[in-house]
Design a protein. Structure first.
Length: 265
C-alpha cells in the first residue's frame, strides 16, 4: 500500500494527514537510503498515532524507537534505524541535545515562561522536547538543529537572565512526578466506571464526557463508555486532568473490583 492510500485508509485529515506523511517520509528515508532518520518531537497523542500508523505500514518494530533524552520522557521523537545500525550506537547518532538554563531562585520561572521565550525566538514547538523546570535551573531537550542557535542567542526568559550550557543526557535533573493515590472500588473495568472513580464524579457525568470526545485512553480518543480498561492504562479528560489505573485488585464481598488510581497533580 502506498503512502497516500495508507493515509486515506486511516481517515486522516488536515494536520493529522501532514503528520502521517512526515512520519512515513522519515521511515522510508532510513529504509531506502540506509541512513539514520528522525521525526520532530511528538506529543504523547502523536506518538500513539505514529505507532498505529507504523503498525498499519508493517514497519519493523525493531527498526525505530522513541528518544526523549531520558527514560520516561513525555515528548519523544521517533528515531528510525538503517539496517546496519545497532541500537547501542544511537548515543553517537542521536539527533537531540540537552541544555541547562540557570536562573536566580527569586525569579521563580515556570514552564510557561520558558516555552513562551522559546516561541518568541521563533523556535517551533516540535523542535522542543520536555522542559524540566526546577527552582534554579531548567533542563531542556531540543533538536540538534536548534541547539547551537540557542546556546549563542538565548539569554533571557521574560525579565530574568539565563545562563545556558550544554549538558549530557545523564545529567538531566528529572523532577519527581506528583501523584495522588486513590483507592476505590468499581462495578466493572468499563471506561465510564474507571473515569468516574479517577476523577471523582458520577458515572453519568463520566459517560457524558466520553460521548463528547473529551476522554483519551492511552492518548487515543475513545467515545465508547463500555471500552475495557486494564492495569497500566493512562486516561485523560480534557479540562479535568489525567490519571493511571495503577493496580487492579480482587473482588470485594459486595462483588466490586478494588482499584488503585494514580492521579497526576
Amino acid at each position: 500500500m502506498d503512502k497516500k492510500a495508507l493515509i486515506d485508509r486511516l481517515g486522516a485529515q488536515g494536520e493529522e494527514r501532514v503528520l502521517y506523511a512526515r512520519i512515513l517520509d522519515r521511515a522510508e528515508q532510513a529504509r531506502q537510503r540506509d541512513i539514520p532518520s528522525a521525526t520532530d518531537f511528538l506529543s504523547p497523542q502523536q506518538q500513539a498515532q505514529a505507532r498505529d500508523l507504523l503498525r498499519w505500514a508493517q514497519y519493523p518494530l525493531d527498526r525505530y524507537l522513541p528518544l526523549g533524552g531520558y527514560e520516561g520522557a513525555e515528548r519523544n521523537l521517533f528515531f528510525f534505524l538503517p539496517d546496519w545500525m545497532d541500537p547501542l550506537q544511537i548515543p553517537e547518532q542521536s539527533p537531540i541535545r540537552c541544555l541547562r538554563a540557570a536562573f536566580r531562585r527569586e525569579d521563580g520561572l515556570s514552564h510557561r515562561d520558558f516555552l513562551g521565550s522559546l516561541m518568541a525566538m521563533g523556535i517551533a514547538r516540535e523542535k522542543i522536547g520536555d522542559l524540566l523546570v526546577g527552582e534554579e535551573s531548567a533542563d531542556i531537550v531540543v533538536a540538534d538543529t536548534v541547539a547551537e542557535f540557542l546556546l549563542q542567542n538565548w539569554d533571557s526568559a521574560g525579565r530574568a537572565k539565563l545562563r545556558l550550557q550544554a549538558i549530557a543526557p545523564e545529567c538531566i535533573h528529572i523532577p519527581q512526578v506528583q501523584c495522588q493515590q486513590i483507592r476505590d472500588t468499581v462495578s466493572s473495568l468499563r471506561l465510564d466506571a474507571v473515569v468516574a472513580a479517577g476523577l471523582r464524579m458520577s458515572r453519568g457525568r463520566a459517560a457524558e464526557l466520553i460521548a463528547a470526545g473529551r476522554v483519551q485512553l492511552d492518548w487515543r480518543p475513545c467515545t465508547k463508555s463500555d471500552h475495557p480498561v486494564v492495569q497500566g492504562d493512562t486516561i485523560s479528560a480534557r479540562g479535568f486532568g489525567k490519571f493511571q489505573l495503577a493496580e487492579v485488585g480482587g473482588m470485594t464481598k459486595k462483588g466490586r473490583i478494588a482499584v488503585v488510581i494514580s492521579r497526576y497533580l
